[in-house]
Design a protein around this ligand. Structure first.
Ligand code: SF4
Length: 125
């Protein structure tokens, strides 16, 4: 039994146990990317946030940190949800279906609960 299966079974058997939540955000369980309809909606929402934020990109430091978490750069183990061959080699998060481009957009966050990374804080002047 995998940790995810054990988690799911425990959550099902103990629905009112404090702190037990549905294991949908389990980082170890490889997800199936959402369908094209969902991808279109979430992709447009992300594009909207990107454009409303002035079409800025994250700093190289933030991008490197996000890439290390998702793709496992710098000797770090890749997230189980990361598919390096997805989106024609840009990389794809299986959980939300987004491409690696999302990693460069400041307002985005990892879809897991809790997220492994979040929006980039605004730069201080
Ligand atoms: S965005 Fe989150 S769930 Fe997706 S690959 Fe990166 S760390 Fe994993």
């Amino acid at each position: 039994m995998t940790p995810c299966e054990a988690h799911r079974r425990f959550a099902a058997e103990h629905p009112h146990f404090p702190g037990v939540r549905a294991p949908e955000g389990c980082p170890e369980e490889v997800a199936t990317p959402p369908g094209l309809g969902t991808l279109a909606v979430t992709g447009m929402a992300a594009l909207g946030r990107f454009l409303l934020g002035g079409a800025k990109r994250v700093s190289p430091k933030t991008l490197a940190a996000r890439m290390a978490i998702c793709a496992g750069l710098g000797g770090r183990e890749a997230c189980p949800q990361w598919n390096p061959k997805g989106w024609g080699g840009l990389g794809q998060c299986r959980k939300c279906g987004c491409s690696g481009i999302k990693l460069t957009w400041p307002a985005e966050r990892c879809p897991l609960i809790p997220p492994k990374w979040g929006p980039e804080p605004p730069a201080t002047p």
